[in-house]
Design a protein around this ligand. Structure first.
Ligand SMILES: Cc1cc2nc3c(=O)[nH]c(=O)nc-3n(C[C@H](O)[C@H](O)[C@H](O)COP(=O)(O)O)c2cc1C
Length: 148
């Protein structure tokens, strides 16, 4: 269990428009690859990510239902596209649109991959509100984030 100083959460890292944040996982969700942009934006060194569960970047503002949907979708061999707020190593955050899907070798599912791109300010606001509501409905921990 990690404890956070709530004020640390308010530092946002902007995801650059011209770069992709890429990672791959094994079938259980452990990171097998992270590109340089992933490391830069999340604040981790590659060595700290490889072999770890991808939930290392899970932000507590994310409702569990979003990840349940993600796993059900990719296990059904479909592509999942969603808006994700991720946690940096320094407890700051960054928002992305993520496309998660299978990696196939000779027709066999061997890994999962994710490509992430930036989203607009309006989309961040919309999803912060939606995820706050989803966590409240599911009885999960709620925090309020104020954008100025
Ligand atoms: C390829 C791939 C990429 C993922 N990327 C993220 C991510 O960027 N952030 C995140 O919180 N979870 C991501 N997940 C989902 C995590 O595996 C995990 O389900 C989620 O963080 C919730 O944690 P929990 O399952 O331990 O509750 C990804 C999963 C896969 C398969």
């Amino acid at each position: 269990m990690v404890e956070y100083d709530e004020s640390e959460f308010l530092v946002e890292t902007e995801v650059p428009e011209d770069e992709l944040i890429i990672s791959r996982t094994d079938l259980s969700g452990k990171i097998t690859y992270a590109n340089e942009t992933f490391c830069d934006i999340s604040g981790y060194h590659e060595d700290e990510l490889l072999g770890k569960s991808h939930n290392i970047v899970r932000h507590p503002d994310m409702p569990s239902a979003a990840f349940k949907d993600l796993w059900e979708t990719i296990k059904a061999k479909k592509q999942w596209i969603g808006i994700v707020k991720n946690l940096r190593k320094d407890k700051g955050f960054y928002w992305v649109e993520a496309i998660v899907s299978g990696v196939y070798k000779k027709g066999e599912l061997v890994e999962y991959k994710s490509l992430r791109t930036p989203i607009s300010y309006e989309t961040k606001l919309k999803y912060q509100r939606l995820y706050d509501k989803m966590r409240a409905q599911d009885g999960e921990k709620i925090r309020k984030v104020i954008y100025e």
